[in-house]
Design a protein around this ligand. Structure first.
Ligand SMILES: [Zn+2]
Length: 203
C-alpha cells in the first residue's frame, strides 16, 4: 500500500474515528438517507464534502471528468454516471441534485482546445457529451472562454438531467430540485446558478 495513505489512515483511526464512531455506528445500523447527490469533476482540488462542510451520510458524490451528465440513453453499455443517478434518485430518493463545476477544469480545457487527441481512448468520446457547451463557449471573448465553458458544461448537465424521465417526473411533482454551482479553486469562492441561469457568488 502507499505509505502516505497508510499514514493518513492511521491518523484517521487515532483521531477522526474515535470522534465520529457513534455517527458511523448509527449510519451502519439505520442505513444511509442522504438528502443530496453532488455531481462533480474527478479533479483532486475539488472536494465537495469539504466545500459543503458535510458529514458522512449527508451526500452522495458522483465524480467524472468535467462533471458531465450524459443524456438519458437506456442501452446495455456501461453508464456509471446514469447508474449513480438512478441509485440516488430512484432508490434513495434524494431531494437535491447539484452539478458542481470548477475553475481550471482540465476536461473543459481539452474540450475547448480539442486537446484530447487520439491516444486517449475514453476522454474524447466522453467529452463529446459537451459539444453543445463548447459551441456556446467559443462565442465568448477569448479571455472569458474557459470560465464560459465551465459554466456552459454545468447548464448542459442540468439540461441532460431533465432527459431522465424519473428525474423530470420528480422535479415536476416538487420532490426533487436541481442546482448548479461553480467553485473557484484559487480563492475558495463558490458561484451558484440563479433562476436566469447566470452564476452569482454566495452571500
Ligand atoms: Zn474538472
Amino acid at each position: 500500500m502507499v505509505q502516505k495513505l497508510l499514514d493518513g489512515y492511521r491518523r484517521f483511526r487515532a483521531t477522526t474515528w474515535p470522534e465520529n464512531s457513534r455517527h458511523f455506528e448509527t449510519l451502519a445500523k439505520n442505513g444511509q438517507a442522504p438528502d443530496s447527490l453532488v455531481i462533480t469533476c474527478v479533479d483532486s482540488r475539488v472536494d465537495p464534502v469539504m466545500i459543503f462542510d458535510a458529514a458522512p451520510g449527508e451526500m452522495l458524490t458522483v465524480r467524472n471528468v468535467a462533471n458531465l451528465v450524459p443524456p438519458y440513453t437506456p442501452d446495455d453499455t456501461h453508464h456509471a454516471t446514469s447508474a449513480a443517478l438512478e441509485f440516488g434518485v430512484r432508490v434513495l430518493k434524494v431531494r437535491h441534485v447539484i452539478v458542481l463545476g470548477h475553475a481550471l477544469c482540465g476536461g473543459v480545457h481539452s474540450l475547448l482546445e480539442n486537446a484530447a487527441d487520439d491516444k486517449h481512448e475514453f476522454i474524447r468520446p466522453w467529452m463529446s457529451i459537451a459539444e453543445p457547451a463548447r459551441a456556446l463557449a467559443l462565442q465568448a471573448p477569448a479571455a472569458e472562454r474557459r470560465r464560459s465553458g465551465e459554466h456552459e458544461v454545468i447548464r448542459l448537465s442540468l439540461d441532460n438531467l431533465m432527459t431522465f424521465p424519473w428525474i423530470a417526473a420528480r422535479v415536476g411533482d416538487g420532490n426533487l430540485k436541481l442546482h448548479g454551482a461553480w467553485f473557484d479553486i484559487a480563492n475558495g469562492e463558490m458561484l451558484v446558478m440563479q433562476p436566469d441561469r447566470s452564476f452569482a457568488p454566495v452571500r
